[in-house]
Design a protein around this ligand. Structure first.
Ligand code: DGY
Length: 323
């Protein structure tokens, strides 16, 4: 009897429990690898499939979708979907979905890991010890900045921004945020809505949590960096192009900004060469959602959305609706 399972295109390998579910329910157009496919193989895969799971590294525009006449859903394995041209997908009747909520805590935790690591020079300390350069305690070695009681500035107060703000209560921090509308704080806290420039001028730590869109590309450029305190630290776990990386490097080199903790970059996986040599910067390889739990749940959400669309039901996490 012929295999009736729908044909799915999967751009990269996902964690084992997700792969097991995928293989149980779908036929794969081809075996995925660990790395992002070439544009031509991505396009060829999408032409075959009725459903696809793609990741943030795959750029999907009108050209990519040419010939994808059977494709009904693109399940983006990420909460951000700036890699997909929604209008092009809409034009072809393809539903696009994302994976909100399940990675909120993972990303907020990683934001704090970067903030603390940058403030307390954790990576420099680790490197010193491993290199055998530690000769014993001194009162002046690797002094960092205090986090507790300082002001945290949050740019973009969606799910992840709010989760980052909630964690600040444990550090008795004042929270200023920039958003389109006021967000009610938890019962025990006070969050203060400010303009972008006010947040930049007043905060000791500034964390970015807006999506990447045409409006937020280079939202933090030379002029915005110039507003920040000389002692401030910038954290970015959102999307690289929200910050003008060349301007950031310049501010860090001139020491008009004290430090940065970065998980995302303008041209991933390329890192600005001058960032690599600045000790006051902590660099991570886009690990925001990289916990077992988040990455497995992200896969399960993609599958739920695919099942809904192929079953003729609305996708729970549609970010465009092409019907
Ligand atoms: C997202 O979901 O947008 C993250 O960046 C993926 O790790």
């Amino acid at each position: 009897m012929s295999d009736q399972r729908p044909l799915l295109y999967l751009s990269r390998l996902l964690p084992d429990p997700v792969m097991a579910k995928i293989r149980e329910r779908y036929r794969l157009v081809e075996e995925p690898g660990d790395l992002s496919p070439s544009p031509s193989s991505l396009q060829a895969g999408l032409r075959e499939a009725v459903a696809a799971i793609v990741t943030l590294s795959e750029r999907i525009d009108g050209d990519t979708l040419v010939g994808a006449s059977r494709l009904r859903i693109l399940a983006n394995y990420a909460v951000g979907y700036n890699n997909v041209d929604l209008t092009a997908a809409h034009g072809r009747g393809v539903i696009v979905t994302n994976t909100p909520d399940v990675l909120t805590d993972a990303t907020a935790d990683l934001t704090w890991a970067l903030l603390l690591a940058t403030a307390r020079r954790v990576v420099e300390g680790d490197a010193l010890v491993r290199a055998g350069g530690w000769t014993g305690w001194t009162a002046t070695q690797l002094l960092g900045v205090e986090v507790a009681g300082r002001t945290l500035g949050i740019i973009g107060m969606g799910r992840i921004g709010q989760a980052v703000a909630q964690r600040a209560a444990g550090f008795r921090m004042r929270v200023l945020y920039q958003a389109r509308r006021p967000i009610p704080p938890p019962l025990s806290g006070t969050w203060e809505l400010r303009t972008l420039s006010e947040v930049l001028r007043q905060a000791d730590f500034i964390s970015i949590h807006v999506p990447l869109t045409d409006t937020t590309r280079h939202l933090i450029g030379r002029a915005e960096l110039a507003l920040m305190r000389q002692t401030a630290v910038l954290i970015n776990t959102a999307r690289g192009p929200i910050v003008d990386e060349a301007a950031l490097v310049e501010a860090l080199q001139k020491r008009t900004l004290a430090g940065a903790g970065l998980d995302v970059y303008e041209e991933e996986p390329r890192i600005h060469p001058r960032l690599l040599v600045l000790p006051q910067v902590v660099l991570l390889p886009h690990l925001g959602s990289a916990t077992w739990s988040a990455r497995i749940q992200m896969g399960m959400i993609c599958l739920q959305n695919i099942e809904a669309v192929l079953g003729g039901r609305p996708a729970p996490n549609a970010v465009n609706d092409s019907r």
